[in-house]
Ligand binder design. Structure first.
Ligand SMILES: Nc1ncnc2c1ncn2[C@@H]1O[C@H](COP(=O)(O)OP(=O)(O)OP(=O)(O)O)[C@@H](O)[C@H]1O
Ligand SMILES: [Mg+2]
Length: 148
């Protein structure tokens, strides 16, 4: 992977850090001059991923969430969000739109569907007890004269 720029951070799984992850994404992406729509989509994507790590991954324990952002050639943004929490027993079920393991918390079960809708690829690696790693890619659309 030919990485043009990279940002990595690790923070404790507390909900205040969802905003921190969004802010980091914005600061990383803005030099690439995304459209307002791309920025909004990708802020939503990272928010859903980090929230899942915090509320599901670390439901019964504490720990850190790791975020890695990369700018790849041809304006492809790579996002990795990982936790070392409880893991996902059935990934296919978890990714089914409207499935949630926490209906009592009024969760809609739409986080994965949103992440899929707003990215070009989404890969989930997870197993019970070993945490979860999400990797996503989204190509930015706007072409700049200097890129031609
Ligand atoms: N990092 C994670 N660790 C453990 N389980 C997870 C993780 N991320 C997702 N899950 C599981 O996958 C399910 C579906 O996630 P999804 O984000 O689609 O919905 P949700 O979080 O339940 O609801 P919403 O995102 O709409 O608030 C979760 O209910 C949870 O069981
Ligand atoms: Mg969710």
């Amino acid at each position: 992977m030919n990485t043009l720029n990279e940002f990595r951070c690790l923070f404790p799984a507390v909900s205040a850090n969802e905003a921190l992850a969004r802010a980091a994404l914005s600061a990383f992406l803005i030099p690439a001059d995304p459209t307002a729509q791309e920025l909004a989509d990708l802020r939503t994507v990272i928010s859903e991923a980090v929230t899942n790590a915090i509320v599901h991954g670390y439901r019964n324990c504490s720990g850190d969430v790791a975020v890695c952002l990369r700018m790849l050639p041809e304006r492809v943004l790579y996002i990795r969000v990982s936790d070392k929490g409880c893991g996902i027993p059935d990934i296919e079920q978890a990714m089914t739109p409207l499935y949630t393991s926490a209906p009592e918390e009024d969760r809609a079960g739409l986080g994965f569907a949103i992440m899929q809708e707003f990215t070009d690829s989404l890969h989930v690696r997870s197993s019970p007890g070993n945490g979860t790693v999400l990797t996503m890619r989204r190509k930015l659309g706007r072409i700049h004269a200097e890129d031609d």
